[in-house]
Unconditional design. Structure first.
Lengths: 123, 137
């Protein structure tokens, strides 16, 4: 009986420990802060929970895919293919991952533009 | 008169040994579970062309409640870069994989600082995703 219990518990442990690990690797250069960015050639993608923009122009997802491919095909070097992704604070991860996937498939290198947080004390 | 020497028998109580082994196993399992992240509740986002990571050196989980964990332990996002740097140490490139497991509805306010922290610590980000049902994987 002990042996059976032991084998059963090992079986359940092995089953429970198989976790999914498939996914997508991503190399993210250091994020840029607002004031440090001065390269006008960099493509800037803006994300809100429902929309996506390229340099301020909104696109549907299908249009976005072709537009980003077109823009990145004109870039020759890796530094030119850096795409700055600026997300609103309420953008869900699922939307973010879908859009960055399209950028990377088009040959872009995703980098993040984070808003710097400042704490102001009002007296 | 011949006195026979009393035969001593040394038996191992198999039932008691079994119980001890069982308790030890449960103890080790509980310890192991406290170190991994299998007890955390999160649902992966979907993606295509998914690959398995070559190795795994750390895991960062952001669960349904937007709480960040490093290797199953609760951590603050502002400490994540320091803790990851300590964990990854001087490992060579290619051996600095950080599994990034984020619940699909977590918002950028929480996951972007974590991505930044992985990048700052020199980690190689691997987003753990579910295969997309619509597109071929």
């Amino acid at each position: 009986m002990n042996d059976i219990a032991f084998i059963l518990i090992v079986f359940f442990l092995v089953c429970a420990s198989v976790e999914p690990e498939d996914g997508r690797s991503q190399t993210i250069p250091r994020s840029e802060k607002n004031e440090e960015r001065n390269n006008s050639q960099t493509i800037e993608v803006g994300l809100t929970p429902a929309t996506v923009t390229i340099d301020g122009t909104p696109y549907h997802q299908e249009q976005f895919e072709s537009r980003i491919q077109q823009l990145l095909s004109e870039k020759k070097t890796e530094s030119e293919r850096v795409v700055v992704v600026k997300s609103q604070a309420d953008v869900p991860y699922e939307h973010w991952i879908a859009m960055t996937e399209l950028i990377e498939k088009a040959g872009g290198v995703v980098t993040l533009l984070l808003e710097e947080q400042h704490t102001m004390i009002v007296e | 008169m011949i006195l026979r020497r009393k035969q001593l028998e040394a038996n191992v109580p198999s039932m008691a040994m079994g119980d001890i082994a069982f308790l030890l196993l449960i103890f080790i399992v509980l310890l192991a579970r406290a170190r991994d992240d299998s007890h955390l509740v999160w649902q992966p986002a979907t993606g295509t062309e998914l690959v398995k990571p070559a190795n795994q050196n750390a895991s960062v989980v952001i669960d349904k409640q937007n709480i960040t964990y490093l290797n199953g332990r609760l951590t603050l996002s502002e400490n994540l870069a320091t803790e990851l740097s300590a964990l990854l140490g001087d490992l060579p490139p290619g051996n600095r994989t950080v599994l990034f497991k984020v619940h699909k509805d977590v918002i950028a306010e929480f996951f972007e600082p974590a991505i930044e922290a992985v990048s700052e610590a020199g980690g190689e980000l691997h987003h753990v995703l579910d295969p997309s049902p619509n597109k071929p994987n």
